[in-house]
Design a protein around this ligand. Sequence first.
Ligand code: G1P
Length: 291
Amino acid sequence: MKLSKAVIPAAGLGTRFLPATKAQPKEMLPVVDKPAIQYVVEEAIGAGINNILIITGRGKRSLADHFDRSFELEHYLKRANKLDELNGVIEISELANFYFARQPEPLGLGNAILISQSYVANDSFVVLLADDLMAPESTVLREMSEIHSKTGSAILALKEVSQDEISLYGCVGFEKTDDSNVVRITSVVEKPDLRTAPSNLAIMGRYIFNSDIFSYLAELKPGKMGELQLTDAISSYLENSEVLGYVFTSGRYDIGNKVDYLRTNFEFALNRSDLREDFLVILKELSDKYL
Ligand code: G1P
């Protein structure tokens, strides 16, 4: 069955980006000239998904506004004959069918996904974490979707990270399969310390699940940081069902902390033909001045 539903949890408080996130969601911080979450939505659409549920929380109304029509702005742009901008603004609301649900309390990622249960119903679905951006040309989600449609198994995106980074991620134990990009996951642990990490393969914020994950999400007890962790639900799910990992090596950007966020902006700008040349001149000036 073709995947048609995505869930994007966006209820986090964004404390790492204060004061920028005091009165706006971190998912609305721009990467070059688009809010970060729009890249994630476009990635889902690129993988053929046309229903998108965004899990929000208090203070996150601008997320729903961004993906809705904006008649006042459209009226103004039309009158000012700014037709490219007008079409751009209308297109955002036509990207997909958008749904919104609120997570009443910040109880953790596992709890946020549980809120999507009635929307997902009995279908398979994709989860995309908005702190991880994929390069526009990335095929990771499409490859995962193909593996899911062949095997019917849950599948996680995995990438090798260095030893000092492993405790920032969910980490997997695994067995190889005949396909060099695909592993069979044997264990998962959320943010292990280096000594107990089962490998250096980390979970990268893209998941495909069957709806039977919900019974494990509903049973969750507080885990790492006292939160209901998605990784812990995957760990219980593994006892009864197959979970695969799709291993990729490049094209993933972290926007969950300031330095990586700045790097992402630089790289996305350098990959834009309309900005690259002017921006390179500025980078050269900056490197002469500071390096
Ligand atoms: C979350 C997940 C973690 C995963 C990571 C990917 O952690 O809990 O398993 O590896 O996203 O970015 P967070 O970064 O939200 O703390």
